[in-house]
Design a binder for this molecule. Structure first.
Ligand SMILES: [Zn+2]
Length: 46
């Protein structure tokens, strides 16, 4: 679970650690940021 990043939209999050903005484009899409501390998967974000 990621409590570091900020959820910008439903499927998008910005990591406070590395500054990456990652976005999941589908329900089955699992995306991590550069430092791997944050992730989004599908429609839930975190
Ligand atoms: Zn990060």
């Amino acid at each position: 679970m990621c409590n570091i990043g900020k959820i910008i939209k439903r499927n998008r999050i910005k990591c406070k650690v590395c500054g990456d903005v990652i976005e999941s484009k589908s329900v089955y899409d699992f995306v991590t940021c550069s430092c791997k501390r944050c992730y989004v998967d599908g429609c839930r974000g975190v």
